[in-house]
Design a protein around this ligand. Structure first.
Ligand SMILES: NC(=O)c1ccc[n+]([C@@H]2O[C@H](COP(=O)([O-])OP(=O)(O)OC[C@H]3O[C@@H](n4cnc5c(N)ncnc54)[C@H](OP(=O)(O)O)[C@@H]3O)[C@@H](O)[C@H]2O)c1
Length: 279
């Protein structure tokens, strides 16, 4: 009876920023939150503050993601998986797994985690939320499904915008493939938010996010987190359309055109072939 009406909500990137703000709001609303973070001290501090269990994974290491999936699969149910961890990088670097870092952290690791949790998510009729970005429109609309890791024309902005566009395409394809199993996929762009975002990124991003100028450009993590909590607590097909990407309550119009879903399908295959050793 204690858990009646409560959802079990996993939030990645829960140690800080939008994820931590959403976790605070959801705990306050009486939900069971499970935090996932990278930095052990920060994650434990936030989890202790909220009285939640926590798990650790560095998304630059896919073996961490596999271990994390094993830990999360031990929970009885997962009603919401908020794939929120992410960020931008300063230069093109490969992870220990050999993939471009921005692509791996913002998409590939989320893809792997979701894939490894699919049975549990379907059995729970879960909502799977991707934290995307308006950068998908600003810098990602020239995405080439044949070059998802920007080998040919990398800049930090393009890599980030394209990775965030990939989160949206992943949402569409997840819905197309697994919607009938009970999963409801949805993405949102959180606004331009006063968080630790950009600390591993370019001077321009640092200037906007980490000087007093940030107050001109940004909204608070608490305000942004309402976009995530609305989806986490919402009823699919009533409060949001599964497969859609939102800018707060309105669907976001994407500049990248994929009318027949072929780019989303091709991205899915590209992820599966890269992750074959882990699936
Ligand atoms: N802030 C914005 O304006 C904005 C705009 C559009 C989209 N977003 C997206 O919103 C999400 C949350 O970002 P935020 O603004 O809240 O920034 P943040 O304060 O830097 O939080 C990012 C979270 O992701 C985690 N993370 C970063 N790299 C990771 C890795 N390699 N492995 C595992 N976890 C990792 C961070 O862990 P640590 O605590 O260890 O760093 C932190 O918990 C991200 O997906 C970001 O791309 C943000």
């Amino acid at each position: 009876m204690e858990n009646e009406g409560k959802k079990t909500i996993v939030i990645t990137g829960g140690s800080d920023g939008i994820g931590a703000a959403a976790a605070r709001a959801l705990v306050k609303a009486g939900q069971n939150v499970i935090l996932v973070g990278r930095n052990p001290e920060k994650t434990k501090r936030t989890a202790d503050e909220l009285g939640c269990p926590f798990h650790l994974a560095d998304y630059a290491k896919l073996s961490d993601v596999v271990r994390l999936a094993g830990e999360l699969n031990a929970y009885e149910r997962i009603d919401v998986l908020a794939n929120n961890a992410g960020g931008a990088q300063n230069e093109r670097k490969l992870t220990e797994n050999g993939f471009e870092r921005t692509f791996q952290i913002n998409l590939l690791a989320q893809f792997l985690l979701t894939r490894l949790l699919l049975d549990k998510l379907a059995a729970s009729n879960a909502t799977v939320i991707q934290t995307a970005s308006i950068a998908a429109n600003l810098f990602g609309s020239d995405f080439d499904p044949a070059d998802p890791e920007s080998e040919n024309d990398y800049t930090p902005f393009r890599a980030y915008g394209r990775a965030k566009l990939c989160d949206i395409l992943f949402t569409r394809e997840l819905q197309r493939r697994y919607g009938e199993t009970g999963i409801n996929a949805v993405a949102f762009e959180p606004g331009v938010v006063r968080t630790n975002f950009g600390s591993e990124s370019t001077a321009f991003v640092n200037f906007c996010y980490h000087t007093p100028l940030k107050y001109l450009f940004t909204i608070s993590p608490e305000k942004s987190a309402r976009r995530l909590t609305r989806l986490a607590l919402g009823t699919p097909a009533v409060d949001f359309v599964p497969g859609e990407v939102y800018s707060y309550k309105k669907p976001l119009k994407l500049k990248f055109r994929d009318p027949d879903g072929s780019a989303a399908a091709s991205l899915w295959s590209a992820c599966e072939s890269r992750l074959a050793a882990f699936l």
